[in-house]
Design a protein around this ligand. Structure first.
Ligand SMILES: O=C(O)C(=O)Cc1ccccc1
Length: 293
């Protein structure tokens, strides 16, 4: 049995998790949490083998809060990454929010969702629901549950079809996301390597803190990769939170730690006085169809 911690049942994370994990003959047990902090802590405290973390979005970029948790609060290696299309829908009570069989935008006074899902629907909300109050909650599934628990108030949620069904609500308008190619990158974190399926691609994520007294250190870091022709797929700076103006760099590398090249690049970077922390070396899965990665 593989135990997995995830945001609320019916959340985008839940659907993405099922896409990666189900259908491989393994017995998966999900434990659901309202807050991403509790998703992380479940595995950090050894209650579950893995946690599912949404980490980056096509529209919004990095989910900073989750990145910070991964870096500052827990020490859980990344064991897999995959992308999943996060298509959101407008959900509510069909009797309350329609008129003559048509969706009545004017009846909606408040829309609730997870901030990332809300950001994915910015244009839609501006165009159709400029009058509605927007409220961020801990997940799309939580938004749908709150709408269900507050009938007659003109509230709607942005979330997943399965959450609408679980709460006996209706998808009033489907695919309200502004862009069709809306993908979210998810991470599977935990102590054990992920072996459920084979991947074509492997990645390594590292965190680099530059020495303060070494001008041009970032340039040196990048050149350690470039002359070895090692491809980087992401570089992002985040404040260290220890001193104003101090940053670390999060770098995703399209190569496994099992190669000779990558450890030697890291050794070169350490030699100039950088601190390097490997966040994980892991298989990367590409979304290809609803059935298969
Ligand atoms: O709120 C959810 O359903 C989540 O799982 C977080 C999220 C929201 C939007 C895109 C990806 C993940």
């Amino acid at each position: 049995m593989i135990s997995v911690a995830c945001l609320t049942k019916g959340s985008t994370s839940d659907e993405a998790a099922r896409y990666l994990l189900n259908g491989h003959g393994a017995d998966i047990h999900y434990s659901y949490h309202r807050l991403i902090a509790d998703v992380f802590l479940s595995t950090a405290e050894g209650k579950t083998a893995y946690s599912i973390i949404p980490i980056e979005n096509t529209i919004d970029g990095s989910v900073s809060l989750h990145t910070d948790w991964l870096v500052d609060e827990v020490n859980l290696p990344i064991q897999a990454e995959w992308v999943y299309p996060s298509i959101q829908n407008l959900i509510g009570d069909v009797d309350e929010l329609t008129e003559g069989g048509e969706l009545a935008y004017s009846k909606i006074v408040k829309v609730m969702s997870h901030p990332v899902a809300m950001a994915q629907c910015t244009q839609y909300l501006k165009q159709h629901l400029p009058h509605a109050e927007l409220e961020h909650v801990s997940s799309t599934a939580e938004a749908v549950r709150i709408v269900k628990d507050n009938p007659g108030r003109g509230w709607a949620a942005i979330g997943q079809v399965s959450a609408a069904a679980d709460n006996e609500l209706t998808v009033l308008e489907s695919a309200v996301t502004d862009h069709d190619n809306n993908f979210t990158r998810f991470l599977l974190v935990g102590q054990e390597p992920f072996t459920l399926r084979e991947s074509q691609k492997h990645k390594t994520s590292i965190l680099i803190t530059l020495p303060e007294d070494y001008p041009g250190a970032l340039h040196q870091v990048l050149s350690a990769f470039s002359w070895r022709r090692i491809n980087l797929s992401r570089i992002e700076s985040r404040p260290t939170k220890k001193k104003l103006g101090n940053y670390y760099f999060l770098i995703d590398i399209e190569m496994s730690m099992d190669t000779i090249l990558l450890p030697s690049a890291i050794a070169e970077i350490e030699a100039i006085g950088c601190q390097v922390r490997v966040l994980g070396s892991y298989p990367s899965f590409k979304y290809s169809s609803p059935e298969q990665l």
